[in-house]
Ligand binder design. Structure first.
Ligand SMILES: [Zn+2]
Length: 305
């Protein structure tokens, strides 16, 4: 009886078949797979990243960039040995790269201890970017002046270490513009992740920074995401976008549309990139495989992987 109740409450996951719509190899350029493992109930029996890949990702999945942006996850072995939060375990996973930076939500906690831990991860060869960092005026979980100070500090760190930037910006266009144009060298590699702000802002950033890429998530598949859809249709050139899931968030619409709560898919993972590419291709009026190929090339240009 207990088991039956548990099964009904389990979130579903798509089959590999539902995700195998292209054979072109791909990289998920922005994920938080440690939260995916945390969210999946024990009944899935997915306790390692290898198992998640093997059981749930289509065969053309190549790698992912796993983003650590909560300072708690910077601590590694002393505090979280052998847990999903242990970044060394992530770095040891063959198909996983890392990015690290303090999220604007957590900027109120920024201090030297956190910065030292962050730097330790940045010095690991598998850590290929600094972020996600930025400004979030939608939630305002940290005071705005602190968000701005911490963003500038981390940009200077990235420039000092020669690391590409992953930027999170939400409803903070003016301040994000002032800080990026004021502190980031013009030719720097920048991934503005999960872009949902105005098409005008996307255009301004793309025009000013020649190596800036617009990150597209499952949001592009939602009916309400007019900004993102207009950006794909009219603003972003084919050589300036990246595909990302931002897993476990933002399940593509095709999968979460099911009204029956017992089979509703609520956890996103890196296997779902082809569905984002499918929507992108539709909006651009192009073939899915062309978009997959272009995304792979853009990833190489942005991240060198
Ligand atoms: Zn993220």
């Amino acid at each position: 009886m207990g088991n039956i109740v548990l099964l009904i409450k389990c979130p579903a996951l798509p089959t590999k078949g539902q995700l195998s719509i292209s054979e072109i190899p791909y990289v998920d350029t922005h994920s938080h797979l440690h939260y995916v493992l945390e969210k999946l109930p024990d009944t899935f029996n997915v306790t390692t990243y290898e198992r998640l890949k093997q059981d749930h990702f289509p065969s053309n999945f190549e790698s992912c960039i796993n983003v650590l942006c909560d300072p708690l996850s910077f601590n590694s072995d002393e505090i979280f040995p052998n847990t999903y939060m242990d970044w060394k375990q992530m770095a040891d996973t063959s198909f996983m790269y890392l990015a690290v930076g303090v999220h604007p939500h957590n900027s109120k906690d920024y201090n030297d201890y956190i910065e030292n831990n962050m730097t330790q991860i940045l010095n690991h060869p598998k850590c290929i970017a600094l972020g996600e960092i930025g400004l979030d005026y939608h939630y305002d979980f940290s005071p705005r002046d602190i968000q701005k100070t911490v963003l500038v500090k981390q940009i200077l760190k990235a420039v000092e270490l020669g690391k590409p930037l992953v930027i999170h910006t939400r409803e903070a266009e003016e301040d994000t513009w002032d800080i990026l144009s004021g502190y980031v060298p013009k030719d720097w590699k920048i991934h503005v992740h999960c872009f949902t702000d105005s098409p005008q802002f996307a255009k301004k950033l793309l025009n000013y920074f020649p190596n800036l890429y617009i990150g597209i998530t499952g949001v592009a598949t939602y009916g309400s995401a007019k900004n993102t859809q207009n950006i794909i249709k009219d603003i972003v050139p084919l050589n300036r976008f990246l595909l990302e899931t931002d897993a476990p968030y933002m399940v593509p619409a095709k999968l979460n549309r099911n009204k029956k709560s017992d089979s509703k898919i609520t956890v996103c993972h890196s296997g779902m990139i082809p569905l984002i590419a499918e929507r992108f291709a539709q909006l651009k009026g192009m073939e899915l495989d062309e978009i997959m190929r272009q995304a792979r090339e853009n990833t190489r240009n942005m991240y060198g992987i």
